[in-house]
Design a protein around this ligand. Structure first.
Ligand code: NAP
Length: 308
């Protein structure tokens, strides 16, 4: 691979070490650590892993972190009551409801639950208030994954102002806030989605491509201008050997890993992009760890705002 590797894991470690000192100072000054309440409904295996990683990071930086579990059979009213309890808790500065919620709760459940979080405790930046403040460039609690991407680009010295950026994906949690953050940093931003004709041609015009789609290897080398920066937000667990073979040539260590374990974690960016791009985030070890670091930063911000 000729592209510079943008090491999100290392940066996340640095950020968390920096934060640990600030958290210790907060705890001394206020007689309690910043507190995070995590709501997990059901037993989705991927969510279990994400929540475990968040709890571990919270403990490492010195937070109080409480996992509030509800069974998959819980009613929407139970979830809303739990969020209401955490809204009123003196010990919790941040509330995170792990997505996805069980389908049985209904199509509107996520919107209702996220909207019920007190905006000052909304460390995922998903409430309509915080999403609206982001549109107006006045938000303090911004979605963690796109915040982590900006932090990485800044710390790597990659310029944004005047650059042409293409965001592939328009979800409320990644694509839209990502595009807004880049816009607020004076990039010229295009958003592509499932109905965009010829996303590859649009990506080819970009100085910066951000892929947040959920399709293994969607962004191929021919969609990337030589020297462009490529950020791979995708996290896809591939269990189909045909897909793994499309991504990795025979003899590649990741293909060997797939054969050993029966699955492999890949991004939305085809590995061959590493031969064309100027800089690229790996999967795993790129954007994922930064998402957690930004969750910690948002919780500390929320705690400071509550005691101010
Ligand atoms: P999502 O809600 O499913 O949104 C996917 C977006 O991709 C949608 O806007 C969709 O368009 C668009 N899309 C689908 N097929 C496309 C195509 N062929 N060409 C262009 N756009 C297409 O997913 P998400 O929550 O944003 O997550 C995206 C990926 O990031 C997933 O792999 C997820 O696991 C990963 N992720 C990683 C982190 C991390 O910490 N690293 C955090 C969050 C998410 P429509 O709107 O038209 O349907």
């Amino acid at each position: 691979m000729s592209a510079r590797v943008l090491d999100g894991k290392r940066l996340a470690g640095t950020l968390q070490a920096e934060m640990a000192e600030e958290v210790a100072a907060f705890t001394t000054q206020h007689g309690r650590p910043p507190g995070l309440g995590i709501v997990l409904v059901g037993e989705d295996p991927a969510s279990e892993v994400y929540v475990r990683n968040k709890l571990r990071a919270a403990a490492e930086v010195g937070f109080r972190a409480d996992l509030e579990r509800l069974p998959a059979s819980a009613a929407l009213a139970d979830v809303l009551a739990l969020v209401e309890r955490l809204n009123g808790s003196a010990l919790h500065d941040g509330i995170l409801v792990q997505a996805p919620l069980p389908r049985a709760l209904g199509a509107e459940a996520s919107d209702q639950v996220f909207a019920a979080i007190a905006p000052g405790k909304d460390v995922d930046g998903l409430t309509p208030i915080n999403a609206g403040l982001l549109v107006q460039n006045r938000a303090t609690l911004v979605a963690c994954t796109p915040s982590g991407v900006i932090e990485l680009l800044d710390r790597e010295g990659i310029p944004l102002a005047g650059q042409r950026a293409v965001v592939v994906g328009r979800s409320d949690i990644v694509g839209k806030p990502m595009a807004l953050l880049l816009l607020h940093r004076d990039a010229t931003v295009t958003i592509c989605h499932s109905r965009t004709p010829d996303t590859a041609a649009i990506c080819r015009s970009a100085d910066l491509v951000i892929a947040a789609v959920g399709r293994p290897g969607l962004i191929t080398a021919d969609a990337v201008r030589p020297g462009a920066t490529v950020i791979d937000v995708g996290m896809n667990r591939v269990t189909d050997e045909a897909i793994a073979r499309r991504l990795f040539p025979d003899g590649h260590p990741r293909l060997a890993l797939f054969r050993e374990r029966g699955s492999v974690l890949v991004g939305d960016v085809h590995p061959s992009v590493g031969e064309v791009a100027g800089a690229l985030t790996p999967v795993p070890g790129g954007v994922g760890p930064l998402t957690i670091a930004m969750l910690m930063r948002n919780t500390l911000r929320a705690a400071r705002a509550r005691v101010a």
